[in-house]
Design a protein around this ligand. Sequence first.
Ligand code: GLN
Length: 199
Amino acid sequence: APRVGVLALQGAFREHRSLLEGLGAQVTEVRLPHHLSGLNGLVLPGGESTTMANLLSAYGLWDPIRAFHAAGNAMWGTCAGAILLAREVEGAPPQFGGRQDSLGLLDVTVQRNAFGRQVDSFSAPLSVQGLSTPFPGVFIRAPLFRRTGQDVQVLARHGEDAVMVRQGRALGTVFHPELTRDARVHELFLNLCPHPLPA
Ligand code: GLN
């Protein structure tokens, strides 16, 4: 079974953990660089991306995560996690000069809080490439992929907007599959790991 980590600094990491374990994966909570050793994939959960970025700096995780990806391991960011994976971030808080650090592992421009405020959170069925029936999309102060680079595949849209993307072994969703009982996107992620689930 794949051994995967869930970044556990802040946000919805427990929910990811239980869906992944339900699929037979061995899950480690990642808080420090050495927690990454021996893992095949890493999930960056939803939460608050400015806070998570600050904690990544505090725990010295930026470069170890980039190296983990460069070594061929799978990555998946949900919502705030997708913001962390992006090359460019729009809509960072003005008190930070509108700038926000990110990992730059998905060649996309992401816009934070693109659907409005917390009260504008919603759910909508999404047609996802590779899944035969709609997936329940849960959007909570969600960002949007505004620009997607040449090597980025759009796997789902909400209307015109790209809401799920893939670039090689890196996956980004602006919605929250970990807040549903539907484990199909988690399964898709495990199959991007170097040692996928047994068929
Ligand atoms: N609005 C949050 C951010 O920009 C993301 C929300 C979420 O992860 N549910 O960081």
